[in-house]
Write a protein that binds this ligand. Structure first.
Ligand SMILES: [Zn+2]
Ligand SMILES: [Zn+2]
Ligand SMILES: [Zn+2]
Length: 309
């Protein structure tokens, strides 16, 4: 009797261990993203502004609160990191040691904040010996190098410069850069496609209407997830379309991606970098945009790359 119980207990323990392994395996294998932030440079909520939108956000909080746009891509990858990055990591349970590579889209402080990136590299170095690999265009890399040099000590990061339309490998991901249409100066701001196995995602901010070559090169991709700049939301005043996009331009790009199947059937098109004063709060906008086939992400949203929403 005792032997039979022992045998049964052993069987149950083995079964539980196998289930645990399978769950762990699934979790570590399937790529997913976590939106650490979804705001444009005018961060939610504007503490001194008492307009209707800011007041709603302050009163209702939750999914209406947005940090600066930043994306964790599991495994190992982060895209853009700023002053709200560390708080986002803490709140959504991601350890700095989970981030091995950081891609920066461009040098603007709401995407590439030197002090915050050094903090991330330092925090990571407490548990991981190898340096954080930080990628960016020449302007972003120069900015980070200058800041690190000014500290007068070794920063545990390694800077890698990228140009538009460059294939690269980083932290187990196959990546490609694309030209953005954003900088009023000579900065070559970058958009990214990341591929792993048969899954792929696009991170396209900050940018206005894509340059022709970017459209052309994107036609070679098969995306499960497109995350695209929609700073001006429903706004369509001309100035808002010079360096960023709105819902209307995204409708056109989505239509093109659907027709050409650059976005796989059933793929997800998400709008981010949402301006405080141009885009209504999450509660008031997400259902309306979902009816049009757009995902409005909120901070903390975890999304498997390739899972139908
Ligand atoms: Zn921005
Ligand atoms: Zn306001
Ligand atoms: Zn920018």
């Amino acid at each position: 009797m005792i032997l039979r119980r022992l045998f049964l207990r052993t069987l149950i323990a083995i079964a539980l261990a196998l289930i645990g392994c399978a769950a762990f395996g699934a979790d570590t294998e399937a790529p997913y993203v976590v939106f650490l932030g979804t705001s444009a440079a005018d961060l939610w909520p504007d503490k001194v502004c008492n307009c209707e939108k800011c007041t709603y956000v302050k009163e209702h909080g939750g999914k209406n609160m947005r940090r600066f746009a930043s994306l964790y891509v599991h495994p190992g990858m982060m895209i853009d990191f700023t002053v709200t990055g560390m708080a986002g990591l803490k709140e959504w349970g991601i350890s700095p040691g989970d981030v091995n590579c950081l891609l920066t889209t461009h040098s603007h402080d709401d995407h590439c904040h030197a002090e915050s990136i050094v903090k991330l590299a330092d925090a990571r170095a407490r548990t991981v010996k190898s340096p954080l690999k930080v990628y960016g265009d020449s302007t972003a890399v120069s900015k980070l190098r200058k800041y690190a040099d000014g500290l007068g000590r070794a920063v545990p990061f390694e800077l890698v410069q990228l140009k538009p339309f460059q294939e690269f490998e980083a932290c187990g991901w196959n990546g490609k850069t694309f030209a953005a249409n954003h900088a009023p100066d000579d900065e070559e701001c970058l958009l990214y496609v990341l591929r792993k196995g048969d899954r792929a995602l696009l991170y396209a901010l900050d940018t206005a209407w894509f340059p022709a070559r970017t459209f052309h090169e994107l036609h070679k991709e098969k995306l499960d997830l497109a995350i695209v700049d929609s700073t001006a939301g429903p706004g369509d005043w001309p100035e808002s379309q010079i360096t960023h996009m709105n819902f209307e331009l995204n409708r056109k790009i989505k239509r093109l991606m659907d027709v050409t199947q650059v976005l796989k059937p059933g793929g997800t098109y998400a709008l981010t970098h949402l301006s405080v004063h141009a885009v209504p709060p999450y509660d008031q906008i997400h259902e309306k945009m979902a009816a049009e086939g757009f995902l409005i992400p909120y901070d903390g949203l975890k999304l498997e790359v390739g899972r139908k929403q």
